[in-house]
Design a protein around this ligand. Structure first.
Ligand SMILES: [Fe+2]
Length: 164
């Protein structure tokens, strides 16, 4: 596929993001299932619901542009999910698994923060203010969950894993 306009590049970024959120919804279900600390499990389940909402936002925007929502598979996300599952399988205790889950989830969140930051900026340059707002909302949600993961890691999960 060739892309010849800024707008089409924006749409392609959104198609990648739709793939990211779809893959993450599945992965978060498995990650929440593997989590032991109740607060971590709750956060992963909560973010899965947010992930579904974020995917819906992307679908709404893509529909507006008449774009196929399943045109791209994001291979970077596939790799991040594969690494997450690989690490999960190696960690031998519940506490270590929780610490590893947070490490993996934060790598994924940082990837999403980068992607939404870019997508929102592109929408702004195209003067698509409503779309920029929707993408910014998702960006804020990703940033918030990243902060909550850091809090959980520092306050509870990593100290437990270290003491085990
Ligand atoms: Fe997300």
């Amino acid at each position: 596929m060739e892309i010849g306009s800024f707008k089409d590049m924006f749409v392609a970024e959104l198609q990648e993001l739709a793939s990211v959120e779809g893959q993450l919804a599945d992965a978060l279900l498995r990650m929440a299932g593997a989590a032991s600390h109740p607060a971590l499990k709750r956060l992963l389940v909560y973010h899965r619901a947010e992930t579904e909402t974020q995917r819906e936002r992307l679908m709404t925007i893509l529909e507006k542009h008449g774009a196929d929502p399943v045109a791209h598979v994001d291979q970077a996300m596939q790799a991040l999910v594969t690494e997450t599952m690989k690490m999960l399988a190696m960690l031998r205790t519940d506490d270590l698994r929780d610490a590893g889950l947070i490490a993996s989830a934060q790598k994924i969140e940082h990837y999403e923060i980068a992607a939404y930051g870019t997508a929102a900026a592109l929408a702004g340059q195209l003067d698509l203010r409503d779309e920029q707002k929707m993408l910014h909302l998702s960006l804020q949600e990703e940033k918030r969950v990243d902060v909550l993961l850091t809090k959980l890691a520092k306050g509870e999960v990593n100290p437990d894993a270290l003491a085990a």
